[in-house]
Design a protein around this ligand. Structure first.
Ligand code: 1CP
Length: 356
């Protein structure tokens, strides 16, 4: 195994000392980069890009060639899992993801099988292996999955939810059916993350993008409990190294204590709460990843630097902070502004670490 030349991300996720705060951006490979748009064009479309390990590797590394980022994240999508469960994923221009066969009744749920990780999702594992080889220890590679609840919203609605009418309708009227669906998805996600870890993912993140739409009771029962089940089922060590797990519920600020109790290593934090509050509430149980408002990158370089400084000051001295945006970078962002952001994190964070 190659040794990592830059292990700041893994160290910070495990709350070990670092020289400067590590930084990466959610959706760092994506439409705001002209080189990404060119590679996607060459691939034919978004799913063709995901299914081509060489091109998926190329777009994964593009942002690292532009910016001094401390991590790579696998280029793929959370919806590959329901696709492999037989739902038929497709993308239409400007409309986002859609499924040919949404899951809306008992028969459809009972018919769902556990996908075979090499047979049905081998293209993702091939991408992980290709990226690890190409990175050659430059930075760690993050693998990921959607949470069962977030995946279920797409599976039941047949695409992006407008008001969660179908999926919440099922949750309120047929909770036992919803639990059957979520158990199956949780099983698939566990196998999927384990396969990514076997293929070489060095940390993993669970994206619970829609958990924040639930009431506190429903969040616990329909989202958090299944993420906890996954945490208990995934490998936490590979090649003698701990595999840190990051849990991110967008809009989950009210529930940080419960999230920290699941046994994850770090929490992803959106921009609606301050890192100082978050840190006070979870103590030294977990590391924190976040949380600049992605809209900050529309502002001038001077303002971006000031806001980065605020977030660093909010976390304060000590270990256990991975800098990130509070959600994905927008496609309209000027790539130069993203560069200002990344460089500001390294430059302004030095005084918060080590002996000075
Ligand atoms: O046109 C394009 O090129 C497609 C845009 C795109 C991209 C770049 C989609 C479609 N997915 C991705 C990549 C992607 N998706 C990554 C790559 C790694 C990275 O650089 O970060 C990751 C981690 C995701 C995860 C993802 N997909 C999430 C969870 C994270 C989040 O942003 O909340 C969700 C909800 C999706 C679904 C999805 N896929 C694509 C779109 C446009 C959406 C969102 C649709 C919606 O709002 O409901």
């Amino acid at each position: 195994m190659t040794t990592l030349k830059n292990d700041r991300l893994l160290r910070a996720l495990l709350r070990e000392p670092v020289d400067v705060t590590p930084v990466w951006m959610m959706r760092q490979a994506g439409r705001y980069l002209p080189e990404y748009r060119a590679t996607r064009e060459k691939a034919g479309g978004f799913m063709d890009l995901c299914r081509n390990p060489e091109l998926a590797c190329e777009v994964t590394i593009q942002p690292l060639d532009r910016y001094p980022l401390d991590a790579a994240i696998l280029f793929s999508d959370i919806l590959t899992v329901p696709d492999a469960m037989g739902l038929g994923l497709y993308f239409t221009e400007g409309e986002g993801p859609r499924f040919e066969r949404p899951v809306q009744d008992e028969a459809a749920i009972d018919a769902l099988g556990l996908p075979d990780m090499e047979e049905d999702l081998g293209y993702v594992m091939d991408a992980v292996r290709t990226i690890r080889r190409e990175l050659n220890g430059r930075v760690p590679l993050i693998g990921f999955s959607g949470s069962p609840w977030t995946l279920a919203t797409y599976m039941v609605e047949g695409g992006s939810a407008k008001n969660f009418s179908k999926v919440k309708g099922m949750m309120f009227d047929r909770p036992e059916l919803m639990h059957r669906l979520l158990s199956k998805v949780a099983g698939a996600v566990t196998a999927y993350l384990n396969a990514q870890i076997d293929a070489g993912a060095q940390a993993v993140m669970i994206f619970d993008t829609w958990g924040g739409t639930l009431t506190p009771q429903h969040y616990q029962a329909f989202s958090l409990d299944y993420m906890q089940q996954i945490l208990q089922g995934i490998k936490r060590e590979a090649d003698g190294h701990r595999i840190p797990v990051v849990l991110f519920t967008k809009g989950g600020g009210l529930w940080l204590e419960q999230m920290a109790d699941t046994g994850c290593d770090a929490l992803g934090i959106d921009w609606t709460l301050s890192l100082s509050d978050a840190r006070r509430r979870v103590g030294d149980r977990v590391a924190l990843q976040g949380n600049l408002d992605p809209c900050t990158l529309y502002a001038s370089p001077e303002r971006i630097r000031e806001e980065v400084g605020q977030v660093l000051a909010s976390f304060g001295n000590g270990n256990g902070h991975v800098f990130n945006l509070g959600h994905g970078i927008h496609p309209q962002i000027d790539p130069e502004h993203a560069g200002v952001f990344v460089e500001a994190v390294h430059e302004l964070s030095r005084p918060y670490h080590g002996n000075h």
